[in-house]
Design a protein around this ligand. Structure first.
Ligand code: C2E
Ligand code: CA
Ligand code: CA
Length: 674
């Protein structure tokens, strides 16, 4: 055993009289206690000590740097394990005065079996200060410096390199965790005589990341070609990079991969599907009315809700599937399907069930339903982005067809999608290029037997498709974020028109459609006030039409905007009434002036008379103006008038028409009954 080789030191007799007489300074250092335990005369002189007792009393470790202390511990371990001997240039500081020495260190057993250090020192007089400093720096630096023969065998390791590698590998190649890194290093050396790389290496602390610089040189002792390597540990930097990378690819809230992970995940799953001959489905999941949770319960509950949705989706995931959060309330589910056991549609049903279950949030149980679109690889798209477009489209169809359902992408969907996407592209130009116009449809008063108001309806004069009705492009504008721009344009025209008619003696109200998005803009109320002032209209001649959804889903901002608008004297109408939630409690919270019964109910008259009668009775209680929309025949007009509708609107009275045509019509009515 190596430790048995260490000479024993007996403090009572000393290591012997011979040592006393040697010209070489010899002393024994107790690494654990940090003091000299024995020194010969020459050493006492070097240490500038009055006697052994005085030297022993010096607590050397109190003035020692942590780096030196660490190094001594390392020596101690090396002595114990391998009986190592080092010769190094050290600068001692007897009574604070620097003394460069060449010291030979070896291990010695102290009483009680502890390992101490036998030091034999020869003064390095005539040494250049420059050299002293560089030798000292080499010993103290954290930089791991090593010199290797050209076959890679280590010739010298500085203390930092020794701490990292000693006893682990003799050859440089063994240091590398990946052999190809060593090959790269050698290639670069052959090419440039110098190399730099960052690589994982084996160290006494396991695998670490080192940044290495290597240079070919000559061994100063033998003149043989050799290799000087310096290395720094950059593991923490690497970890930080990896963490940053991970954070960039994951949504911190749900912990799910984010949009950036779509392509890599899709590539992996589609390759797997191809190889296994299986199918791959992409589900686009969007929560219905999620905004209302954020608005009514606050963002914290909204966030908790999204985390729960992520959890429920993940619970449905098979071993090969992936779940991502695209952003906001949009999630993506990639699912592998074995053709022998189709599962995609059943999975969509399970998603609907699971996501529609109440979530406990802030002491309340909240229900939010999803709209889901499903597209299949490779039928609907070969790559992540084109498949995503199809799944998104199918989701959009699920949403527009009543929400809380899933829709499969079909080839018919593709034609619809393509024409719509084409229109969408044109739409952006249209807004700038003034291709929009406003048509007006009259509202006929039953009591007064004439037009009392007109509804402004946006029209798009498309250079190829001709006049496009609002039903076809308003939803596109909403999707493309163009509805605010369009809304402003329509409102400006409609207000200006109303003012003009008023000036010409044609007293007619104008109603303007506004969407949830417009009302969700905090500046909307002020914007409307400005437009009203610019046009010079009277507020009470203007009515804004919004849907029930706006009131149900509307945030505080929406309600603040509505209050601001009412303060201008403007009227509020509920459009398409009877198709949505008919959440009467919610409706009566907001001051409403008018309810427009949806044309789908009016078409069905007198078959579904009961529903319309109920709505009319209710509206009478709320003391609001009742408008029947979509009146196409004289019979329906007669029925609606008799059953309490105040105003009638529909093709029977007139289609939406350009302003000039409407003006002629109003003027004729005015002339007939001034
Ligand atoms: P809406 O507010 O319900 O407007 C009435 C729609 O029904 C108009 O379609 C009109 O042409 C149509 N219509 C009127 N009478 C009859 C009838 O007797 N029978 C039938 N079958 N249809 C009738 P349009 O112009 O395509 O507008 C569709 C929707 O687009 C509107 O529905 C409205 O919600 C929206 N919209 C129109 N203009 C604007 C606008 O400037 N801003 C916003 N945000 N939405 C608008
Ligand atoms: Ca309307
Ligand atoms: Ca309507």
């Amino acid at each position: 055993m190596a430790t048995a080789l260490l000479p024993r030191h007996d403090p009572r007799t000393g290591p012997g009289w011979m040592l006393e007489r040697l010209g070489t300074a010899v002393w024994i250092f107790d690494i654990d206690d940090g003091c000299v335990v024995w020194a010969n005369t020459a050493a006492l002189e070097i240490w500038n000590a009055a006697g052994l007792e005085e030297l022993r009393a010096r607590r050397m470790n109190e003035t020692m740097s942590p780096a030196v202390q660490r190094r001594l511990r390392q020596y101690q371990a090396d002595f114990a394990a391998r009986n190592t001997v080092f010769t190094e240039l050290w600068t001692l500081y007897p009574r604070g005065v620097p003394r460069p020495m060449r010291v030979r260190f070896s291990g010695v057993r102290l009483v009680g079996g502890r390992v101490g250090m036998l030091c034999e020192g020869a003064p390095e007089e005539g040494m250049e200060p420059e050299m002293m400093r560089s030798a000292d720096a080499l010993l103290h630096t954290q930089l791991m410096i090593s010199l290797h023969r050209d076959d890679g065998r280590a010739l010298y390791l500085n203390p930092a390199a020794r701490a990292a590698f000693e006893g682990r590998h003799e050859r440089l190649v063994d240091r590398f965790a990946q052999a190809e890194d060593h090959a790269r290093l050698l290639d670069a050396l052959v090419g440039h005589g110098e190399a730099r790389l960052t690589a994982p290496v084996h160290t006494c602390d396991g695998v670490r990341w080192h940044e290495l610089t290597a240079r070919t040189c000559l061994d100063p002792a033998t003149g043989d070609p050799s290799l000087l390597v310096s290395a720094t540990d950059v593991s923490s930097l690497k970890q930080a990079q990896a963490l940053a990378q991970d954070m960039a690819h994951h949504d911190p809230m749900t912990g799910l991969p984010n949009r950036l992970m779509l392509s890599p995940l899709f590539d992996r799953l589609s390759a797997h599907a191809r190889a296994a001959g299986s199918g791959l489905g992409m589900f686009f999941i969007d929560l219905d009315q999620f905004k209302s949770i954020n608005d009514t319960l606050g963002h914290q509950h909204g966030d908790a809700f999204l985390v729960e949705v992520g959890r429920r989706l993940s619970a449905l995931r098979g071993a090969q599937d992936a779940v991502l959060r695209l952003g906001g309330d949009e999630f993506l589910f990639l699912a592998i399907e074995d053709p022998a056991q189709p599962r995609l549609e059943a999975l969509a049903t399970r998603m609907l069930e699971q996501l529609s279950m109440p979530v406990g949030s802030g002491g309340r149980r909240v229900v939010v339903t999803p709209s889901i679109g499903l597209a299949r690889f490779p039928d609907h798209g070969q790559d992540a982005q084109s498949l995503l477009r199809c799944a998104d489209w199918a989701m959009y169809e699920a949403k527009t067809q009543g929400r809380c359902q899933y829709r499969l992408f079909h080839d018919q969907s593709r034609t619809r999608m393509e024409t719509q996407l084409e229109l969408l592209a044109d739409l952006k130009e249209a807004i700038d290029g003034q291709q929009f116009d406003v048509h007006y449809q009259l509202r006929h008063s039953v009591a007064r037997g004439r037009t009392v108001a007109v509804e402004a309806l946006a029209r798009w004069h498309h250079p190829v498709h001709g006049t496009v009705p609002a039903a076809q492009f308003i939803p596109l504008c909403e999707r493309a974020g163009l509805i605010n721009a369009l809304g402003t344009l329509v409102m400006q025209r409609a207000l200006g028109q109303q003012r003009q008619w008023q000036a010409r003696g044609l007293d007619v109200g104008v109603s303007i459609n506004v969407s949830l998005r417009q009302l969700s803009d905090p500046g909307f109320g002020a914007h409307v006030a400005q437009l009203l002032e610019d046009a010079g209209c009277q507020g009470d001649r203007i009515e804004l039409e919004l849907t029930e959804t706006v009131l149900v889903e509307g945030s505080r901002t929406v309600h603040e905007n509505l209050e601001r608008i009412r303060a201008l004297g403007m009227r509020i109408a509920i459009d398409d009434f009877g198709t949505g939630y008919s959440n009467l409690a919610r409706l009566s919270e907001t001051a409403i002036d008018c309810i427009k019964i949806d044309r789908s109910l009016i078409f069905g008259l007198p078959r579904n008379a009961a529903i319309v009668e109920t709505i009319v009775a209710m509206c009478r209680l709320m003391r609001v103006t009742i408008v029947a929309e979509g009146v196409e025949t004289a019979e329906v007009a007669e029925w609606a008038g008799r059953h309490g509708c105040h105003e009638l609107q529909g093709f029977h009275f007139g289609r939406p028409m350009p302003a000039a045509e409407m003006e002629a019509r109003l003027a004729a009515e005015h002339a007939a009954a001034p």
